[in-house]
Design a protein around this ligand. Sequence first.
Ligand SMILES: C[S@@+](CC[C@H](N)C(=O)[O-])C[C@H]1O[C@@H](n2cnc3c(N)ncnc32)[C@H](O)[C@@H]1O
Length: 273
Amino acid sequence: MTGERRSEYTRTEGSEVKLLHFIYSRPDLDEIRGNPGKVLDLIEEFEKQYWFPNVGRTKGEIVIKLIEEHRPRKMIELGGYVGYSAILFGDALRRHGGERYYSLELNPEFAAVANRLIELAGLGDFVQTIVGRSDKSLHKLYTSGEISKVELLFIDHYKPAYKTDLQLCEELGLIQPGSVIAADNVLFPGNPPYLQYVRSTVSEKRQAAQKATGFSKDGFSEKTLSKYMGQDSAPAFEVVGNPNIVYQSTPIQPEGDPDAIEVTKCVAVEEES
Ligand SMILES: C[S@@+](CC[C@H](N)C(=O)[O-])C[C@H]1O[C@@H](n2cnc3c(N)ncnc32)[C@H](O)[C@@H]1O
């Protein structure tokens, strides 16, 4: 969603199922079937009534350009919600020769809505929704051999988990030269711990890793912390990441948008001296 934002918006309970009724009751459903653009248009139309935390077309364009430029075979997103970004990016990935889009979503109800819309958009064979917390799902994608490298990762879920999930990927050896990470909402509501991490030098990260005291929720508002995850929000794995990874990281802020996507590229992995 783009435009002026005065505070963090909140969702209306039950609006996700209402979205399904809104779309599936359309008289022109047969023309919508198999058409990702039309499904996205309808989600956007519904958003005039109910606020949805979707990435939107403007910021979405930044990620589509990354797909066009890097041509990943497989792409992963953390935080699928009702499937807007999975349809937008899954469609782009398929058109650019990709093989699979994994959408990791904590809430089974949101994932069920997403699956109905992904299927309607004709992407049911291409986009795989994985229900559960992202750290456990990422770990499973790795141990099952499905993913051996992060090619393009879109992060858009629980804000404190941006950094710890990236560090988990680093520890699993999934972040390699050429890996690209696009993180949403880095200006609104903001994610200072994540930005500090991806913008740090190797020597700064090595020092921080030595002093690491575990998972922290510092740097986030109460509202951000209460979103999505309950008491059980600590990462399932203790991680410090791999401080030897060299990143180039820059925010991309569309004109007139109060938010930005941080695009982070792994350019090298330094040897320990
Ligand atoms: C901002 S919404 C995602 C919007 C979506 N990427 C889009 O642009 O259409 C964030 C989603 O992340 C999910 N989420 C929050 N914490 C999560 C976690 N630890 N693992 C997986 N999903 C999570 C929430 O349930 C919510 O659906």
